[in-house]
Ligand binder design. Structure first.
Ligand SMILES: [Zn+2]
Ligand SMILES: [Zn+2]
Length: 361
């Protein structure tokens, strides 16, 4: 899509943006709206790098508006609140995840499922109802309606809180919605990246016995000794799969590459649920017989509503769930995105915006 002129806003902001499909980011001056009466403005201190940032900066989903300032795992400190803001005050620790607005009229919005609102406004690269293009957290400041701002508990550091706002809620919401949150259940997690490693931690904290399912045998030690999984299955090892047939109550599948579903469906008990949260670019082959034979369910899930995101953050704080992060300076961001592409990160990059983003850089 062609570059669009920036609508003039009164407040100067500074960040890093991609300007074309090369996806390379560089310093970028822009502007943000004045803090409205229900708005919370905050200084961004940390922003996580999500795999979708990579797709968006390169226009791989075909809907990118350049220049684009990515970042939807944004955490910082409140600097200003509007006159009608009730939940926040200056100095509070806050965050913004994948969305900054929604229609507030549809059934999804009424049900606290703003993430499924057909007119939701994404945190970056999305057209806001006021006509402006939203810019994300690879920048010095954010402004959002308080209904879309998450309160970060004191015992949760902002750098580890940031990735929870997308990666965390993406795996927490399906565990809750699909009833995979009961103690004693046997839960599988497919893929051990940013999403998968958090799925292991949340499922464990919810009382599940967790099996990591991966193509890489060398992740076994990491999964069990470091992340606390109970067992490990190599997804291409027929003997191991055979032995584990019909043992899992649910599976959170975080893989976004094309992969076979049959082995996963076979691992489920009768009435087991396979939930996809990764988004492969092409359709997957769906074997129907094994679903029918065990009354099994295949489902999907996308991030979560604001109420549930707050619940997830509070749960993470209470149970000491923290993503494993690699904190980087902003001028490392292009290298970091390349490494995300190669899955060369344990398990999430978080940009230290507060200390490294300088208007002169
Ligand atoms: Zn994300
Ligand atoms: Zn709505």
């Amino acid at each position: 899509m062609a570059a669009q002129p920036e609508l003039e806003h009164p407040k100067k902001a500074f960040g890093w943006a991609a300007r074309d499909t090369s996806g390379l980011l560089s310093p970028f001056n822009f502007s943000r709206r004045e803090t409205g009466e229900k708005d919370v403005a905050f200084k961004v201190l940390f922003c996580g790098i999500c795999h979708s940032d990579l797709h968006m900066v390169k226009n791989e989903w075909g809907n990118t508006i350049y220049p684009i300032v990515p970042g939807h795992e944004v955490a910082g400190i409140v600097t200003e609140v509007g006159s009608k803001v009730q939940k926040f005050k200056v100095g509070d620790k806050v965050g913004v995840g994948c969305l900054v607005d929604s229609c507030r009229k549809c059934q999804s919005c009424a049900d606290d499922l703003e993430n499924y609102c057909p007119s939701l406004t994404l945190t970056y690269g999305s057209k806001h109802p006021d006509g402006t293009i939203t810019h994300g957290g690879y920048s010095d400041s954010m402004v959002a309606d308080e209904s879309f701002v998450i309160s970060i508990p004191d015992n949760l550091p902002l750098d580890v809180a940031a990735p929870l706002l997308c990666a965390g809620i993406t795996v927490y919401s399906p565990l809750k919605y699909y009833g995979l949150d009961k103690p004693g259940l046997k839960i599988g997690v497919v893929g051990l990246g940013g999403l998968g490693h958090l799925a292991v931690k949340f499922a464990k904290a919810l009382g599940a016995t967790v099996t990591v399912i991966s193509t890489s045998p060398n992740k076994k030690t990491e999964a069990i000794e470091h992340l606390g999984a109970d067992s490990f299955l190599i997804s291409r090892d027929q003997e191991q799969l055979q032995a584990a047939t019909g043992t899992l109550d649910g599976i959170i599948d975080t893989v976004s590459a094309i992969h076979p579903l049959l082995p996963l469906i076979s691992l489920l008990k009768s009435h087991g649920k396979l939930v996809l949260v990764g988004a492969p670019e092409k359709p997957l082959e769906l074997p129907v017989f094994p679903l029918i034979l065990g009354r099994k369910l295949l489902g999907g899930s996308m991030i979560g509503g604001l109420k549930e995101t707050q619940e997830m953050i509070d749960f993470a704080a209470k149970h000491g769930i923290k993503p494993d992060i690699e904190v980087i300076p902003i001028d490392y961001v292009n290298t970091a995105l390349e490494r995300v592409l190669k899955a060369d990160v344990k398990y999430r990059f978080v940009i230290d915006i507060g200390n490294t983003l300088k208007a002169s850089s």
